[in-house]
Design a protein around this ligand. Structure first.
Ligand code: SAM
Length: 293
C-alpha cells in the first residue's frame, strides 16, 4: 500500500496517506458501502499538504483532484452498492467569489459521481439550527438586523445533506429481519428530512488539534453514519471512508459488526482514528461476550 503508515487488523485497515493512493491499492468490487464527508472546498484547510483536497485555490481544482477519487470508488465498490457523502451548499463571499450567495456544492458533487456512471439514489436533508449558524458565522443573510436594513439579502439557514449514489449492476442483496428493522424505525429513517440529528453526537476531537496548520474539523454525527450502515450493509461488509478524519465512520461500522477501511492524510487525525477504531473493536468484542454469557 502506498502510504506513510498503516494499522491493519482482521477487522479494519487504517492508512495514513492520500485516499486516491490508498484506494488504488484496494481490490476491485471489495467495498460494500462507503460513507464520508469530503473536505469542503476552501471552507476549512486541514493541513498544508498539496494532497489535502481542502487545500485548493479554486472549486475547479478541488473537482479535478476529487475526480480521481470517484474513479477509484467506482472500481472498488461492489456493483449495486451505495456511496453516501455528507455535504452542504457553500456560502460564497465577496472576497473569494466576488458575490455573496450560495454555491451548489452538493449538486456539483452529485454530477461528478454521475459522470462516472453512479446512479442518483437518495438525498436526505439534515436540519440545522439557523440561530447557531448565525452566532457562529455572523452571516449577513441570517442576522436579524438585515431584516430591518436590507431584507432582500436575508436567507434561510443551510442544512446538511446526505446524498447517496449507487454503483450500477447487482451483487448480493442487503437484507434485514422485520424484528431488527421494525416499521417504526423504517418510517423514522425514510423521512426525507432528519430533524432529530444532534449536532454534538460526534467522537471527541479536541486531542487532534495541532497548532501550526490546524483550523477546524467537522466530525460526522454518529447517528447519520449508523443509519447509512444499518440500511445499506450486511454484517461483515467492508465500509470505506476515504476521508477518515478521527475515525467516526469506522467507529460506527465496527460497533455494528462491519469491517472498515479508511484513509486520512493528517497525522494527528490518523493517530486519533487508530485509537478510536481499537476502542470500537474492543467494545464490540465485549458486547458479543456479554451476549454469549
Ligand atoms: C470533513 S473531514 C472528515 C471528518 C470525518 N468524517 C470524521 O468524522 O472524523 C475531511 C478529512 O479529509 C482529510 N483529507 C483531505 N484530503 C485528503 C486526502 N487527499 N486523502 C485523505 N484524507 C484527506 C482531512 O485531513 C480531513 O480530516
Amino acid at each position: 500500500m502506498n502510504c506513510i503508515d498503516q494499522v491493519v487488523t482482521d477487522r479494519y485497515a487504517a492508512y495514513h496517506g492520500d485516499c486516491v493512493e490508498v484506494l488504488r491499492g484496494l481490490p476491485d468490487h471489495s467495498v460494500g458501502y462507503s460513507i464520508f464527508s469530503p473536505p469542503f472546498a476552501s471552507l476549512y484547510t486541514y493541513s498544508n499538504s498539496p494532497r489535502d483536497m481542502g487545500n485548493v485555490r479554486s472549486d475547479a481544482e478541488f473537482f479535478e483532484h476529487f475526480d480521481f477519487l470517484i474513479a477509484e470508488l467506482r472500481r472498488v465498490m461492489k456493483p449495486g452498492r451505495n456511496v453516501s457523502f455528507h455535504c452542504m451548499d457553500m456560502p460564497s463571499s465577496k472576497e473569494r467569489d466576488g458575490v455573496i450567495g450560495l454555491k451548489d456544492f452538493p449538486g456539483d458533487l452529485l454530477r461528478a459521481f454521475q459522470r462516472h456512471g453512479f446512479i442518483f439514489h437518495a438525498k436526505v436533508t439534515i436540519w440545522k439550527d439557523p440561530v447557531t449558524a448565525m452566532t457562529r458565522t455572523k452571516a449577513l443573510g441570517l442576522l436579524h438586523k438585515s431584516i430591518r436594513e436590507r431584507s432582500e439579502m436575508t436567507r434561510m439557514g443551510i442544512p446538511d445533506y446526505l446524498i447517496t449514489v449507487r454503483a450500477p449492476g447487482e451483487s448480493e442483496h442487503v437484507t434485514h429481519t422485520a424484528e431488527e428493522f421494525p416499521v417504526s424505525l423504517w418510517q423514522q429513517v425514510a423521512s426525507p428530512v432528519w430533524m432529530d440529528i444532534n449536532p454534538s453526537d460526534t467522537l471527541q476531537f479536541r486531542s487532534a488539534r495541532e497548532h501550526d496548520d490546524e483550523r477546524h474539523i467537522c466530525p460526522l454525527q454518529l447517528e447519520v453514519i449508523r443509519r447509512g450502515v444499518m440500511l445499506w450493509t450486511n454484517p461483515g461488509d467492508v465500509v470505506l471512508s476515504p476521508f477518515m478524519g478521527i475515525g467516526s465512520e469506522g467507529f460506527v461500522a465496527l460497533e455494528m459488526g462491519r469491517r472498515f477501511v479508511g484513509a486520512e492524510l493528517k497525522k494527528s487525525y490518523f493517530d486519533q482514528s487508530v485509537g478510536n477504531l481499537a476502542a470500537a473493536t474492543k467494545e464490540q468484542a465485549q458486547g458479543l461476550f456479554a451476549e454469549a454469557a
